[in-house]
Structures are given as C-alpha cells and as structure tokens.
Design a protein around this ligand. Sequence first.
Ligand code: NAD
Length: 476
Amino acid sequence: MIPGNEPSFRESVDLMFNHAVALMDLPPGLEEKIRVCNATYTVRFGVRLRGQIHTFTGYRSVHSEHMEPVKGGIRYAEAVNQDEVEALAALMTYKCALVEAPFGGSKGGLRIDPRQYDEHELEQITRRFAYELAKRDLIDPAQNVPAPDMGTGEREMAWIADQYARMNTTDINARACVTGKPLNAGGISGRVEATGRGVQYALREFFRDTRDVEKAGLTGKLDGKRVIVQGLGNVGYHAAKFLSEEDGARITGIIERDGALFNPHGLDVEAVHQWLVKHGGVSGFPDATHSAEGGAVLEEECDILIPAALEGVINLGNAARIKAPLIIEAANGPVTAGADEILRDKGTVIIPDMYANAGGVTVSYFEWVKNLSHIRFGRMQRRQEEARHQLVIDELERFSADTGIGWTLSPDFKQKYLRGADELELVRSGLDDTMRIAYQSMREVWHDRADVLDLRTAAYLVSIDKVAKSYRAKGL
Ligand code: NAD
C-alpha cells in the first residue's frame, strides 16, 4: 500500500518519533532506548486442515517494558509482517503512555486471510497460535495482554483466553490474560464499541475549543459536518454510527474494499453496515452512488476524514489532493511521514492515531482491572447510590408539600437522577474522561510551544516524556 519511494510503516513511526525527540532534552542513550523495539518473536506452526498440514507465520513484538504487562492487539491479515508489527508495537507504547494506561507496548499478528477459513478452522489456528505465544509468556496476565485488532474480535479473544486457562489451570487471574473478550467470558460492557466511541469523544473534545476548530478552518460544532470514513469494520462502523446518530454529523462517504459509497445528503450507517455484513461488500447498496475506485473518495470534499482501515492510505501519492481540513486517524498509521509533512504545510489538522484510537486500549485497561478484581464495575455501589438519591428526592418532595409551593420534579428528571450507573455507563464515563484529559495534554503543548506545529508532535512529546520518567524512576 505504501509506495516504494516512501519509508516503511516502522520507519515512518521512527521518523515521527525523531522529529519529536529533537525538540526534547533527553539524556544521551535514553532516546535510543525508548525508540528501539525490545524484541520480536516469530513463530511458524503447522495446523492440520482439510486433510493436510498448513503452515502459518505469526509475530509478537514487545516494544517497551517500562511498564508491565505490555499490551497490544493481535491482527489477522495477509499483509502482516515484522516491520508492521514492530511499528504497531511502538505506537502502543506511546498510546498507553498518552492515555495513562499502565502498560508497555506490544503487538501481534498472524499472516492469514481469515475470510478463507471457516469458524472451526479459525479456532484451531487461533488456539495453536495462542499456545505458541503463551508457552513463551507472550500471553500472560502479568506480562503480555493481547486484544483484538484488524481481522480479530471477541470470538478470537475468547479462544485465546480459554487456551491460556487450559494451560494455566491454577492461575486465578487467567481471564486477565487477554482483553476484548465477550461479556460472558470475562469481558466488559462497552469494549466492542470502545475504539469508535473514543473517536467520537476525541472529536467532541476537539470541537470544544474554538481555537482548534479555527486552526482547521472550520466553524461550529459536529452537527452537520460532512464526514468520509474509510473502513466500516469495528472502529469505522462505531465511529460513523455514533457521530451520525448522536452528534448530527453527515456521513457522506464510506470506503470499503470493493469501492466507495457516496451520498451528499448522508448515508444510513446502520443500513450500510447490515448490507456489508450480508453481501461482504458495499457494492449494490441503494441510495448512494458507488465508485469502484474507493481510494479516490479519500480526496473528495468533506469536513472530517476518518481513515479507519489500514496504514499508509494517505501517502506521497495522494496527500496533496486531500481536501479534508481535519483528519482523525482512527486506524493506526494511515498517514505516512511524507504525507504528514505535506498536510502540515497545507494547514490540515491531524488528530493522530496514538490518541485518536486509544479508546480500545483504555477500555481494555478497565477490562483487565475488572478481571483482576473479579467483580463487575458498579456492583457494590449502584443500589446504594440509588438509595441516597431517593433520599434527596423524598426530602425535596416533602419540602414542597410542607411549604405548599407546589413544586414537582419532572418524571424524566426523577428517572434519570434515581438510576445508579451500570457498568456500561461507568465505562463510557471513564473513557470520556480519559479522552478529554489526554487531548487536553496534547492541546496544551500544541498551543504553548511555538516549535510544536501539530498535534502529532505534541502527542509524542507528552508520551515520550512519560515513558522517559518511568525509565528514570526505574533507575535507567
Ligand atoms: P476490522 O477488521 O474490524 O475492520 C477493518 C475494515 O476495513 C473492514 O471492514 C475491511 O473490509 C476494511 N478494509 C480493509 N482493507 C480496506 C481497503 N483497502 N480499503 C477500504 N476498506 C478496507 O478492523 P478494526 O478493528 O476496525 O481496525 C481498523 C484499524 O483500527 C486498524 O488500523 C487497527 O489497527 C486500528 N485499531 C483497532 C482497534 C480495535 O479496538 N479494534 C483499536 C485501535 C486501533
């Protein structure tokens, strides 16, 4: 995907890192220690399928262990390779630091097209891969905790958790060995939607400060903004759905593997998603024009562009033609280092991946904590909170009756106020808080430092500083 005259994904991440550390004052050697990937394990294993042995290649990369466990998703895609896994692991280090999730960075990948296998075959392959990783402590609640990424989801995470539990029968914290599990297998409410939800919260925070909105040459709030999304998978679907259904944004373009849909009046995200699930592509969807050349739709007029599929899609080949004034990198690494420079010069504002898609790891953090504490969030407080709110309502109503002022509380207020928060509400609240605070830390650097011209550099400065402080505290 990345044209040959551009650096690889990992080199791109390194270039962006180097650009940021040049503005910092790190002790000699520490900069290099933070930048390099600590270790990458490559495994080749065989699985007997359809009467013959198939060999698969997988990776698990550990970028930084300044905090443990290390954390990062497992990707299933044909293009998976060591360079990509290392780039993604590095991004995990910076991402976790930025959103204050207490993890080092890691990432895994299996070179496979999951669509070529049925469910039973995928289970066999996943269990074998998990076995190979767990055997080397590359899956472990205290050392390395994977999560879903492109091509994987709750189902694969449940298989991994079960495989680990079978191999570690006395580990009481076994469920914390992986996150993104289904609710009935130790998952947490709101994890599936988390990354897309985080993109929504990130944009809301961006639009709260008129200075930022003006920097992108935009005005107003999210309501009515024209949005183009690439990739209607886990991240893209949830981001597009929430932005259109809850914030009034208009999804004018959706780009998928088999081309793009365009409708200036706005697409019905739920309907497109159902069509995609049923037909395996977006072609043939009514109420929109379909263009076979999906990538070209990245260059259409819109207010917000959300690349939510894969890396390197905005590169030297098309950066100059991108019209969106605001890009939010829901995918990891969708903008190459070269394109980043072109866009910065053009004045395009980019909300960088390490922040924009951190909702996933944030809620994964909550899930890990839930697994270690062996109790659902809100279980102890919810009814007590409701009882205390009931006391306030009773007192207000008594006061109204006693004084004869005839004041009544609306049923809607009473219902909302009386309801104690369940796990989903707590997760969303924690995610919203995390996304706001992390954005504010980037914004501060972006506005306060004359030598920081973009949010990506600001994000790197904040996160590298945190990683450096961890290393210093450890005595390195
Ligand atoms: P996914 O597999 O659920 O969805 C990816 C979507 O992109 C699919 O609908 C696929 O058909 C589409 N796609 C693939 N190639 C395409 C192409 N060339 N053009 C247009 N569409 C294409 O994956 P996901 O989990 O949504 O991950 C997407 C991105 O978000 C990845 O970069 C991933 O690393 C990143 N991310 C995911 C999570 C998470 O929680 N799932 C968290 C952080 C970051």
